[in-house]
Design a protein. Structure first.
Length: 179
């Protein structure tokens, strides 16, 4: 899969991406918001297996490229007429520059409009969450028309034993069509 808009490309991860994904996933500064301030501690083979699990499926693991440079990763799951995405710009030089909003919009457009997905499983809504402490992401999601569904207090514990809370979001097809 490949989606391109201007200088941003979202493309399916391939085995050649394993070394980069392995570095990102094992970097505690990159993974802290996901509850892994020590990184995943994942072997290269485990990273390759993570890439392989998406081969030939509607659900995808993707590399985010800007100006031909890999700067992050994202994934989405498909099932029960909904999609569940997650995004991460891993290279700090590309954070806080407005790319996240564009990447999220590209994802919404793809999930609601791609005939390959929607002919097999029509997407009626997109749901995702973010850490309650990630107020920047919450602002972006809400400014893009997503509906805040609620907060799950202390719903998980990070690697350091700290309770974490999540904010749930939804964008229905009707909400998307009104954008």
């Amino acid at each position: 899969m490949r989606i391109q808009q201007e200088s941003i490309v979202l493309r399916s991860a391939v085995l050649e991406d394993a070394p980069l994904l392995n570095v990102w996933w094992n970097d505690g500064t990159v993974m802290a918001h996901a509850g892994f301030p020590k990184g995943l501690g994942q072997s290269m083979e485990e990273t390759r297996d993570a890439i392989r699990q998406y081969e030939g499926k509607l659900s995808q693991l993707l590399i985010i490229e800007i100006d031909g440079q890999p700067v992050g990763e994202m994934s989405f799951g498909i099932g029960d007429n909904e999609a569940n995405p997650g995004w991460k710009i891993c290279d700090p030089a590309f954070q806080n520059k407005g790319y996240g909003r564009k990447i999220i919009r590209m994802t919404f457009d793809h999930l609601f409009c791609d005939p390959t997905i929607n002919n097999k499983i029509p997407i009626h809504r997109i749901v995702w969450d973010t850490n309650l402490q990630n107020t920047r992401a919450q602002h972006v999601y809400e400014s893009m028309g997503a509906q805040r569904m609620g907060v799950r207090e202390n719903c998980w514990t990070d690697q350091l034993g700290r309770p974490q809370s999540a904010v749930d979001y939804e964008l229905t097809r009707e909400m998307y069509d009104a954008l």
